[in-house]
Design a protein around this ligand. Structure first.
Ligand code: TYR
Length: 436
């Protein structure tokens, strides 16, 4: 089977693991299959020749987030194995809203949805290759949904759906059993997604849809519809929900989602997020979120056992994912910033943008002009009083911009790139000062 010929924008050039003959075996090993249609049939389908598959993304925000990254990387894995991806952006489904188990969504305006569609499309494109025999194609479901009349929709599509089946889908039944109930609008969502699969099956010969396991109801809505109207069996794969062993929610840092957009979540923040992965989770994260081979991951598994304090697996994971999402240069810049901030490297050689975004993640203070170190220590919260500040300085434990400070009157002037200063107390406690 032909491999993808050109490396897409993201800088890693992952080689498929030669120890896997079949991409199905690989994705099962990576823990990416939580639920699927017939496994033997899927295994055969994925090894017999190049197929066309799709995954859809709804414009519910201006950016995709880490939950979507599982899907983006699965799409890429299948493409690297020679299959042809269709990246779908939900120009129509984004106007309707996939029912969540909790509450009805607020409808966004058409303008907002349109803008988010174009932003998401650009993000999805970064994970796929548009060259070679199995080049990716992007589609928008508004293109076939908008021209359809209500009469046609109800006669040609609606007729194939049984309400009894529709109300059994998880998201719908959860809502029917809640006080919130469900609008007819959101109830219809599964029909739209089913119709997408049918449309892509007819126009592109698409035979597989992937999605999160919470999408199972929507995935089977399509496979059932195609079976009914075309008489063909097509397939679906639902990936597992990513969970942390300690029960906390994956993909959030201090309650905020980790977005793939660098403006909404800095590469530094993303890097730190992965760096803080628990030992108990890091191996399964390497499988899901990186293209490291089976052997490489086995080696990290050993290192987590023998020298967990070095956090080699976490460092590699953070580097790989930051590189995949933000590119090689941005990833190297955050590693340099992270090392320099914690005392192993030159602060003055960092680039201004990376340094500023790193300091945003630390306790920090802002001032119009330079301030004395005692004041900086108090305002950043590194000490709780001026006398404690003086004591810390006298003990020789205060470092400003990489230099030990002995004088209480030393001015923190923002002399690092970007007009900032870094104040360190002891080995590990850091704060930033933005001057100007
Ligand atoms: N329902 C999917 C997005 C999607 C939309 C349309 C599709 O045809 C497929 C997928 C989600 O919320 O994540």
């Amino acid at each position: 089977m032909k491999r993808v010929s050109a490396t897409p924008v993201s800088a890693l050039a992952p080689a498929n693991d030669p120890s896997f003959e079949n991409v199905w075996d690989e994705i099962v090993w990576r823990g990416l299959v939580h639920v699927s249609t017939d496994q033997e049939a899927l295994r055969a389908l994925l090894s017999e020749g190049s197929i066309t598959y799709y995954c859809g993304f709804d414009p519910t925000a201006p950016s995709l987030h880490l939950g979507n990254l599982v899907q983006l990387l699965l799409m890429r894995r299948l493409q690297l194995a020679g299959h042809s991806p269709l990246g779908l952006v939900g120009g129509s489904t984004g106007l309707i809203g996939d029912p969540r188990p909790t509450a009805e969504r607020v409808l966004n305006t058409r303008e907002t949805v349109e803008e988010w569609v174009s932003r998401l499309r650009a993000q999805v494109e970064r994970f796929l290759s548009f060259e070679g025999d199995n080049a990716a194609r992007m589609v928008n479901n508004l293109d076939w949904t908008a021209p359809m009349s209500a009469i046609d929709f109800l006669r040609e599509i609606g007729k194939h759906f049984r309400v009894g089946t529709m109300i059994k889908k998880d998201a719908v039944s959860a809502r029917l059993n809640s006080d919130a109930g469900i609008s007819y609008t959101e109830f219809s969502y599964q029909i739209l997604q089913g119709m997408d699969f049918l449309e892509l099956h007819r126009s592109y010969g698409c035979v597989l849809q992937t999605g999160g396991s919470d999408q199972w109801g929507n995935l089977t809505s399509g496979t059932d519809l195609i079976h009914r109207v075309e008489g063909t069996s097509v397939h679906a794969i639902g990936t597992p929900l990513i969970t942390n062993t300690d029960g906390t929610k994956f993909g959030k840092s201090e309650g905020n989602a980790i977005w793939l957009d660098a403006e909404m979540c800095s590469p530094y923040r993303m890097y730190q997020f992965w760096l803080s992965t628990a030992d108990a989770d890091v191996i399964s994260r390497l499988k899901v979120f990186t293209f490291l081979t089976r052997d490489e991951i086995a080696e990290y598994e050993r290192l987590v056992e023998t020298e967990p304090f070095r956090r080699a697996a976490q460092r590699r994971l953070a580097l790989e994912v930051t590189t995949t999402v933000h590119g090689h240069d941005a990833a190297l810049a955050v590693v340099a910033a992270s090392d320099a901030l914690f005392g192993q490297g030159d602060l003055t050689s960092l680039d201004a943008a990376t340094l500023r975004s790193a300091l945003e993640e630390l306790p920090h203070a802002r001032t119009a002009d330079g301030i004395p170190i005692v004041q900086a220590l108090v305002e950043t919260g590194l000490v709780s009083s001026l006398s404690e500040a003086r004591r810390a300085i006298a003990q020789g434990g205060v470092v400003v911009d990489g230099e030990k400070v002995a004088d209480e009157g030393h001015i923190v002037a923002g002399s690092l790139p970007g007009g900032v200063s870094v104040v360190r107390r002891g080995k590990k406690t850091l704060a930033g000062v933005f001057v100007g």
